[in-house]
Design a protein around this ligand. Structure first.
Ligand code: HEC
Length: 296
């Protein structure tokens, strides 16, 4: 079975929402529900449509309920960070806390994955932790792997009259140790590398050998040879070599997804740690990734 973001495999059990027998409690708000006929494909997202979907991938929730003081207009709000949209949503609560008293507001828009927030004791500053890397929406639409502030704690401090508008700017940003060289290390999932191994065993093992270390009919694809040849180079170059030349008798004959899976497997065998997001088969995205140096 091939995973797809768009098509539900016929073997997956389905049930109408109306079949749910429990009492339905409507949420305070959603970020963001779409009509049933929504088109989930978006060419500007170049194959990773989920980043362009209207859901924001909410990642944390914080109650902003200062006893006194605080940012004017922000009292009794929920602050929600998003991984896809590099921003903070503020949901102003009605008095009984069971609905919103007004529309949600969006702040601090950036090309980042916002992971969590904390509020300073004087309630005037909002701290935001960002992911070291991954995928996020570009400000101009589409997706990016280059995080604006990878692995950082951003501090947004209220300045009377300014911070209450959209797009407040960080008063100061204190980057944590740089783990990603600007978000450019490759990512893939363990499951994907597993698929890559299966494809490798079917199409490559006869020449490159088990463990990627045989040099009988092909070069080694791991160890010191790989270190010398590929580390520090772009993932796109490795992908291109495999896609455009392998297997030698029928280059570019495997599905695009399979070539991405093979790259994931080669990276995993060479000690790159898998993460949460699959390596995309899209070259433009692979261009932004560099094969990291060997760990000692
Ligand atoms: C018939 C034998 C054969 C098969 C099958 C084969 N390769 Fe190769 N591979 C080679 C040879 C020979 C080279 C060196 C010449 C070249 O780079 O084109 C090579 C080179 C490579 C390189 C570049 C290595 C380097 O650092 O120079 C990569 C990566 C690679 N193969 C991956 C794969 C993958 C992945 C598959 C399976 C889809 C595969 N190969 C299937 C023979 C093979």
């Amino acid at each position: 079975m091939q995973f797809s973001d768009i098509e539900i495999h016929p073997s997956v059990p389905r049930e109408d929402e109306t079949a749910w027998p429990e009492t339905f409690v409507a949420p305070l708000a959603t970020l963001f529900t779409v009509p049933s006929d929504w088109d989930f494909t978006d060419p500007t997202c170049r194959g990773i449509d989920f980043i362009c979907w209207p859901t924001v991938a909410a990642s944390s929730i914080e109650a902003y309920m200062p006893e006194q003081g605080g940012i004017p207009g922000w009292e009794d709000s929920l602050l929600v960070t998003t991984l896809k949209r590099g921003s903070l949503y503020r949901l102003p609560l009605a008095e009984d806390g069971r609905s919103l008293r007004g529309p949600m507001e969006r702040y601090f828009q950036s090309e980042n994955r916002f992971r969590d927030t904390a509020i300073s004791p004087d309630r005037q500053s909002i701290y935001v932790a960002t992911d070291p890397g991954g995928l996020a929406e570009k400000l101009g639409g589409g997706t990016t792997t280059r995080m604006q502030d990878p692995g950082a704690i951003l501090v947004f401090t209220y300045a009377a009259g300014a911070a209450d508008q959209q797009g407040g700017t960080p008063a100061a940003s204190l980057p944590a140790p740089t783990v990603t060289g600007g978000g450019g290390w490759p990512w893939f999932t363990a499951e994907q590398a597993g698929r890559g191994k299966a494809a490798y065993d079917a199409n490559c093992v006869s020449c490159h050998g088990p463990g990627l270390m045989s040099a009988t009919y092909g070069t080694p694809l791991a160890g010191p040879y790989f270190d010398r040849r590929w580390r520090g180079k772009g993932v796109a170059a490795l992908h291109a070599h495999i896609h455009d030349r392998m297997p030698p008798s029928r280059p570019a004959s495997l599905p695009d997804q399979t070539y991405a899976d093979l790259v994931a497997y080669v990276l995993e065998v060479n000690g790159v740690a898998p993460g949460e997001v699959e390596l995309p088969p899209t070259r433009a995205l692979l261009e932004a990734m560099t094969i990291p140096p060997a760990k000692d």
